[in-house]
Design a protein around this ligand. Structure first.
Ligand code: ZN
Length: 269
């Protein structure tokens, strides 16, 4: 049976220098004529997705934690990506309450990747009912380095969690397919959901940060583990989207977020 309902949970936004997300001459990398213009400080939206299917309920990503400022402090990145554009009702736990969703009623929590702005609430969910899922290469990388953090992988977020892993393009529930889209991180995934009325939707997470990254041509970002894989993944998303006539929802595009149907007021069916 196809998924019956899809909720997009708007979890507010981080702020950051847009150069992290977009290395685009003329858009944010300045020519000499504009060398005195201030750098754009971007409102990087963060969201999670809850999909209801007759076979189970799936949460995609977990956004940022309430205690981001303390938790991220060892990485130094709390000053580069402050999660400071968020209201009480936008935190993930608040959004789930607004939908009347108990943690124990979630069957799967799928992590697109384990960066701290996607895996920030993994500890809230683990052990409460959901099976915790990530790509096998993401787990290998996230548990495989020495020390507490590397880049935005912060072990405090996930080190006590037992992840089940997937690989290949994998249909986890009828109508919900996890797509391998590595590059941003080794095990970065996107999610395709096929809805009966709204049609297909692809949630790219950080495989594609924003509309400006998608192009064509695709535009690189500063935080990319493997640039060749990154470009190949953007083209994979484009090809799957064209074949399925899908709506592509980017990872951190605040402008796009404004136009989406958002929970709890509205949903996709
Ligand atoms: Zn990321």
């Amino acid at each position: 049976m196809a998924p019956s309902k899809l909720h997009i949970l708007d979890n507010g936004a981080m702020h950051c220098d847009i150069t992290w997300l977009l290395l685009k001459p003329g858009r944010n990398i300045r020519p000499r004529q504009e060398k005195d213009h201030p750098i754009e400080w971007y409102d990087a939206s963060t969201y999670t997705v809850l999909v209801e299917t007759p076979e189970g309920r799936l949460l995609w990503d977990t956004s940022c934690p309430r205690d981001w400022e303390q938790r991220w402090e060892p990485t130094g990145l709390q000053d580069f990506f402050p999660y400071d554009n968020v209201s009480e009702e936008q935190y993930l736990d608040s959004r789930l309450k607004q939908l009347g969703v108990e943690l124990g009623s979630i069957d799967y929590a799928v992590l697109s990747h384990l960066h701290f702005d996607h895996a920030g609430n993994v500890n809230m969910l683990a052990g409460q009912g959901p099976r915790m899922i990530c790509h096998e290469k993401e787990k290998e990388f996230a548990f495989g380095f020495d020390g507490l953090f590397t880049g935005a992988h912060l072990k405090t977020d996930y080190e006590n969690v037992e992840f089940e892993t997937v690989s290949g393009d994998y249909e986890i529930l009828p109508g919900i397919t996890l797509l391998e889209t590595p590059g941003h991180t080794p095990g970065q995934m996107s999610m395709k959901v096929d809805l009966p009325e709204s049609g297909s939707m692809i949630f790219t997470s950080d495989a594609v940060y924003m509309g400006d990254s998608y192009g064509p041509p695709a535009v690189a970002a500063a935080i990319v583990n493997d640039m060749a894989a990154f470009y190949a993944s953007v083209e994979k998303v484009r090809s799957v989207a064209e074949k399925s006539n899908a709506t592509v929802v980017f990872g951190h595009d605040s402008q796009q977020m404004q136009g989406l149907r958002k929970a709890p007021e509205s949903s996709y069916t």
